[in-house]
Design a protein around this ligand. Sequence first.
Ligand SMILES: [Zn+2]
Ligand SMILES: [Zn+2]
Length: 164
Amino acid sequence: MASRGESELDRKIVEAFKVRRLKITPQRIAIVKALNRMDHPTAEEIYEEVKKEQPYISLATVYRTLKLLINAGLVKELCLPDGVIRYDTNINPHINVVCVNCGRIFDVDIDHYVETFMDEIGKAVSGKGFRVVGFRFDVDVYCENCSIKNKQFESDSAFADEDI
Ligand SMILES: [Zn+2]
Ligand SMILES: [Zn+2]
């Protein structure tokens, strides 16, 4: 029943595991596939999703696997201002744009200029004797959906004023 896209993804995951000498288990594969389907999920959200396929999986296994995937460079951990830790399979340099209203996270690719800028920051920090292990660069926004809702709200209240 698996579509071609899905078996392609399976193949890629197995390949990525092999290259990193990680043991391939159905639970691990299910976790990576869930991560790919989902949009910056939390560990609990991943757990709920994977449980549909792997009913005997535990939350501890999900956490352990996430740690393993992070160490292997396949997943990035995001800690956003709401204090919730989310996981990102987009390991290319990108900016996480966070909607302050609905909490959705959007990936925005960065151009070469920004990458150079981040390199410079990295150099400045490592120059102070620190070992840089990652960057976090988030931008707070109102997403398209929430901006429209806000506008509607504003015009609704304007109408209400006229009615009175
Ligand atoms: Zn929003
Ligand atoms: Zn992201």
